[in-house]
Design a protein around this ligand. Sequence first.
Ligand SMILES: C[S@@+](CC[C@H](N)C(=O)[O-])C[C@H]1O[C@@H](n2cnc3c(N)ncnc32)[C@H](O)[C@@H]1O
Length: 300
Amino acid sequence: MKYHVPVLLNESVNGLSIKPEGTYVDLTFGGGGHSSLILDKLNVKGKLFSFDKDDSAIKENKFKNVNFQLIKSDFKFFDLHIRDRGIEKVDGILADLGVSSHQIDNKKRGFSYLGNGVLDMRMSTDSELSAEEVLNTYDQDSLQNILFNYGDIKNSKIIAQEIISYRNKKRIINNEDLLMAIKNISKKKLSYKFLSKLYQAIRIEVNDEISSLREMLKKSVDFLKKSGRLVIISYHSIEDRLVKNFINKSSFNSDFKKDLYGKKIEFFKRINKKPIVPPIEEIAFNSRSRSAKLRIGERI
Ligand SMILES: C[S@@+](CC[C@H](N)C(=O)[O-])C[C@H]1O[C@@H](n2cnc3c(N)ncnc32)[C@H](O)[C@@H]1O
């Protein structure tokens, strides 16, 4: 089975506006789909540094190109690794956020609500926090906030209460336990759509995805050369809002970042006013691409 089908492949790599002798960073290697196309566009002087924090993605690497390095790390530390290798600034940074098909399809990893996998959801097995830990140790307010903020779940308070009352009797260790814990909420609400949101919310917490994204975006500013491109594919509204505001307003909310004199600080020129979304043919072929949104900024 294919490790991962790359999403918005040409649109995102074209968004990097690659110079064949340039230096590029792919922050989310996965199955290497985007890295492969970037390498095709580089000459021997060009360089690509790719990152992933998941061992299985690192093991998947088949590229032997001398101008390519794959680094195992959370991408929030990308700057340290690149500087260690003597590079001060790069021509483009790409991130295809979230999880790969390989991670979702491997039931032992616990990313999917299908089957009776254990509730793990760690992208990096070096990390200690698992979904099981979150579900069994977080207090009600924390659970409620996670479900509401990361999953957009409206009845998050009731669900948090149900989880806590179940775990007081039995530890929640697998999908079946979690489904049992929330079985009393109406059948209509327990749709696949609801379960996707619930699992997404827990996964974002387990992997601290929002703070990694924020850190990485902030660091991209100093790390991109003038006219260097920032290309981000996101898969849910929380991520897309952060990326959009950062590219358009240089801040994480809808107000422009301003200097001491009240003058707007602009880090990026936005290349696409509206996010680029996959064409229907791509969605028909790869349903996991359906929520993808691509935004491109050019460093000013
Ligand atoms: C959607 S997949 C990328 C797929 C890839 N573009 C391809 O075409 O095969 C996302 C990958 O990024 C990794 N990842 C997500 N967040 C990360 C982070 N903060 N640091 C490092 N790797 C991360 C995941 O482990 C996963 O392998």
